[in-house]
Design a protein around this ligand. Structure first.
Ligand SMILES: [Zn+2]
Ligand SMILES: [Zn+2]
Length: 166
C-alpha cells in the first residue's frame, strides 16, 4: 500500500487538483440532474442508488485523468518521450495507450554513485564521470552480469562470482 501511495505522489499536484474539480463538477451536475429531472424511471429509483450514481459518475473520468497525469510524470522521470506517451495515453481509445505505456516503459533511472547524475539504466560506465556502473570483463571491458562465467563478447573466463551469503 505504501508503494501505491508513493506512486500516486508522482502525479503532478496540478493534475490532482484538476481531478478533484472534475469529480466535484460532475457529481454536482449529476446531483442537480437527479433533483430536477422529471424522468419516471429516476423517480422510482431508491435514494441509496441515486447517491451511488452521484459518486460513481465522476470516478471513471477521474481515474482516467489520474492515469494520464501518472503517464506524463512517470515517463518524464524515466527519460522517455513523455509528450508522445501522454498524447498516446489521451488519444488511443479504451485506455489502450495507457496499458501500452505500462507494458513498454523503460526501467527507472538511477543516480550515478560517483557524481549522482541521474542516468538511464543499462549503462556500463557513467558518461559524465566514468564511474563503473556494472561489473566489466577484464579483457574487453564490456559490461557483464554477475553470475556469468564467461564474457559473451570475447569469451574470456570471468572471475568466479562470490557466492551469495545464505
Ligand atoms: Zn557519474
Ligand atoms: Zn570480454
Amino acid at each position: 500500500m505504501s508503494r501505491f501511495t508513493q506512486e500516486l505522489k508522482v502525479i503532478p499536484r496540478a493534475m490532482r487538483i484538476i481531478v478533484a474539480f472534475v469529480l466535484l463538477a460532475l457529481s454536482s451536475a449529476f446531483t442537480l440532474f437527479v433533483m430536477f429531472s422529471n424522468d419516471q424511471g429516476l423517480a422510482h429509483t431508491p435514494e441509496a442508488a441515486k447517491l451511488l450514481m452521484i459518486v460513481g459518475v465522476g470516478i471513471v473520468p477521474a481515474i482516467w485523468l489520474l492515469l494520464i497525469g501518472y503517464v506524463y510524470a512517470d515517463a518524464k522521470r524515466r527519460g522517455m518521450r513523455y509528450v508522445m506517451w501522454t498524447l498516446l495515453a489521451i488519444f488511443i481509445p479504451n485506455a489502450i495507450g495507457i496499458i501500452l505505456y505500462f507494458i513498454l516503459r523503460d526501467p527507472l533511472m538511477k543516480p550515478c554513485p560517483g557524481c549522482s547524475q541521474v542516468l538511464k539504466s543499462g549503462y556500463t560506465f557513467c558518461p559524465l564521470c566514468g564511474t563503473s556502473l556494472l561489473p566489466t570483463c577484464p579483457n574487453c571491458g564490456r559490461g557483464v552480469e554477475s553470475g556469468w562465467a564467461n564474457c559473451p563478447a570475447c569469451g574470456t573466463k570471468l572471475p568466479s562470482p562470490t557466492p551469495r551469503a545464505a
